[in-house]
Design a binder for this molecule. Structure first.
Ligand code: F0G
Length: 427
């Protein structure tokens, strides 16, 4: 057995690292990538990661491949397809912290919207498309609420692979649809929900032999683990008390749990932060299951303004249950009104994010109010996508809603006269 292999979490089958199936060939269960622990763990592994910090060119300049021992150690450098991505900042904002009710600099915002295509999906996609090339895939495909499609389209174009994306017609933010078209993916506007798109993409990948790059694909999650590894490194390997993440299809929640479990097992950190997964109330099957103590899996028909997380039957459910249990985590749901207010605060602080990302901030506020996040706890909230992803949600909030919401910044239309400018400035 090589240093990396895939394990079916349903039936326990083991398959080689470069097997082209994205689900278990025996039972169609979800696969997990397993790595033999690196030869050197603990301080030596931290030192290896630290020595690469600031590398300016090539694969190790990527905030994903810097952690290659934890991602895909056997990938040859020439196989790796990267921009590079990652290297996203950890920001503080007094205005956001004040709104969320956290103390001082205790709230840090990891801005994954600063990835090349504007979302965290680039971290998974660099690994997914690298793996597609390693197995000789002839085309790649995904279902998406938009960001995965944008990332897939871009990385496939970089790698010269044909890309197929399936998105729910009318439920994809404009910036994301524009990216899929611009980067040249064959884009199918499906008259149905994201959950139906995913089922269709799954079937199509089987029938048509294209490589599926949804987060069903375990290699995507290996890349997304690096959000956690990078934030730990930015904190000099001192884990925060909480990591708060918006949750839709649950790929990130699952990836974060795996990253933390491995980091602990390999001696990179000595204690686990708690995960808080935040859903939108109208798309909260995971929060419903959490309330039941995970006694059963819920499915819902999803409706929320945060279209990125408008998902009713999350594919990584089982993986995410483990992540929450392992980290003594929590799962909550916040309303669309809370999401939009949080977004207006993050945007107004000059940082900006898309609606789904703001769920992490709304969730932080809720957990701080309920005393689950305690005063003085160090919290990292993940801003998953860029403000420009969903311009319509911004103009609707600021320009169109009546009555104007609390943080609305109404534009003022004027005639081309100086007095009109003066009047507008004193309003
Ligand atoms: N935030 C943003 C901006 C997203 O695009 C997504 C998922 C999530 C949060 C939720 O992450 O699915 O790992 O729980 N977007 C997927 C897509 C579904 O197709 O772009 P998750």
């Amino acid at each position: 057995m090589s240093d990396t292999w895939q394990l079916c979490t349903s039936c326990g089958s083991e398959i080689p690292e470069t097997d082209p199936h994205v689900r278990c060939p025996s039972c169609r269960g979800l696969l997990e990538v397993r790595h033999r622990p690196p030869a050197q763990g603990g301080a030596a592994l931290r030192a290896a990661f630290d020595a690469r910090w600031g590398v300016r060119r090539g694969v190790l300049a990527s905030g994903v491949w810097r952690y290659r021992e934890a991602v895909l150690p056997s990938a040859a450098t020439e196989d790796v397809l990267c921009y590079p991505e990652g290297n996203t900042p950890l920001l503080t904002s007094p205005a956001v912290a004040r709104w969320a009710g956290t103390t001082g600099e205790a709230l840090l915002l990891k801005h994954e919207g600063q990835n090349p295509t504007g979302s965290f999906k680039d971290r998974g996609m660099t690994v997914g498309v690298t793996q597609a090339r390693r197995i000789g895939a002839r085309a790649v495909a995904c279902a998406s609420t938009g960001n995965t499609a944008a990332a897939l389209a871009a990385y496939a174009a970089l790698g010269g692979l044909p890309a197929l994306v399936l998105v729910p017609k009318g439920h994809v933010a404009l910036g994301k649809l524009a990216q899929a078209l611009a980067y040249g993916a064959r884009t199918l506007l499906v008259r149905g929900s994201f959950d139906q798109c995913l089922e269709l993409a799954d079937q199509a990948s089987d029938r048509l032999g294209v490589y599926l790059l949804n987060s069903v694909n375990p290699f995507r999650l290996e890349g997304q683990k690096t959000i956690v590894l990078e934030l730990l490194q930015q904190l000099a390997w001192q884990p925060p008390d909480w990591i708060v993440v918006p949750a839709g299809n649950l790929g990130n929640t699952a990836a974060f749990g795996k990253a933390l479990a491995e980091a602990c097992e390999w001696g990179v950190i000595d204690r686990l932060p708690r995960l808080a997964a935040v859903q939108a109330e109208g798309a909260a099957p995971f929060a419903l299951s959490f309330r039941d103590g995970f006694a059963r899996r819920h499915r819902v028909e999803a409706h929320t303004v945060a279209t990125a997380i408008q998902i009713g039957n999350p594919v990584s459910y089982d993986r995410a249950v483990r992540a929450v249990r392992d980290t003594k985590g929590v799962v909550i749901a916040v309303s669309d009104a809370e999401i939009l207010e949080a977004k207006a605060v993050v945007d107004g602080a000059g940082i900006g994010c898309e609606p789904a990302s703001a769920a992490a901030i709304a969730g932080t506020r809720r957990l701080a109010r309920e005393g689950v996040i305690k005063s003085g706890d160090r919290v990292v909230a993940i801003l998953t996508g860029h403000v420009l992803k969903d311009p319509a949600s911004v103009t609707h909030y600021h320009q169109e809603r009546d009555p104007a919401p609390p943080h609305a910044n109404r534009p003022v239309e004027i005639d081309p006269h100086l007095e009109d400018v003066e009047r507008a400035m004193t309003l």
